[in-house]
Design a protein around this ligand. Sequence first.
Ligand code: HEM
Length: 354
Amino acid sequence: MFKTKRFWVSNFGFRASNLQGFKIMGLWYSVSAILLLTFLVVIGIEGMGLVSFFTIFIPYAALFLFVVGFLYRVLKWATSPVPFHIPTVSGQQRSLSWIKADNIDSPYTTGGVVKRLALDILLFRPLLKNEKVEMQAPQRLLFKPSVLLWFGAMAFHWSFLVILLRHLRFFLEPVPSTIVILQRVDSIFQGLIPVIYITDIIILVALGYLFVRRIIYPQVRYISLSSDYFVLLLILGIVLSGVLMRLIYKVDLVQVKEWAMAMLRLRPVAPKEVNLLFYIHLFFISLLVAYFPLSKLMHMPGIFLSPTRNLTNTSRNQRHINPWDYPVKTHTYEEYEEEFRDSMKEVGLPIEKG
Ligand code: HEM
């Protein structure tokens, strides 16, 4: 019901109309921020010649912030007390032997937890449960799985991973054969469309969908923050600059590889005369890396530390005791009845004794 446009307009019309303008401002802030950052690189490289700053200082600083921020947040989560047993489940819990239990949606063994996490992480299974609710004819509520969002998320994350793995060719010498094979498979249509990788097309379409969906669906737009648009635009900037380097404005890949290897050996040397697009690509990547621990991109490590996902559901087989439980002064029913028996009798309330 909440997802129908009519319901939205009639019930949230006042708030939505007040906030629509504000919400869409987040998009414009992000677009302006991306344009400003691109402009910064152009001025920095072309106008001020700050090549070492953009190719050595910024990437190292970003990596430092990433490692420190990532460790800080993960350690903070890891040391947070989890006194309660709170797995989220959507299947039958194990109880009596004749009731069929579901060891994936309500895992009762560590193996079940591992299977559920693997399905969540590799196949994004929870997104299939992100149901669209629609009000069809009066009083007819329909629940439909949101397959498009699942598909978009799968396409985006998997192509991102393949692109990252292919990039290892810049950092490893010799390039492992698995990376070479991956690259060949990814460029299987090379004869048809010169040089563009399949994953490049998929990621562009997926990013386009994930971005447009935040704008065209009023409900999603309502809950979208500037940071949601910003991260999508930043990744879009990285991908577009990469694809442009690949297809139109070629860069000297030998220079790039020499720079990458020197950075890894901690004997950095700035690349000479590479295309401006490479500096934009690298600056956006550095921003993404530095921003990662501060952003909701931390859902990536977070899922492993989430007590709602990594605990077994054994609350009927085992007693889970809060380690900090302290003796609480209680007043049992028997004591209560003892105290008020006469008054209870008087007003005709049922009593257990006497
Ligand atoms: C978040 C990480 C990154 C993403 C998402 C990304 C994305 C992309 C994409 C989509 C392309 C188009 C061609 C292809 O798919 O290979 C590309 C090309 C390129 N990227 Fe990246 N990239 C990343 C990190 C890096 C890093 C760290 C470097 C530094 C060595 C780099 C250097 C390049 C270069 C030189 C090209 C042109 C490749 C060619 O002409 O074959 N990228 N990038």
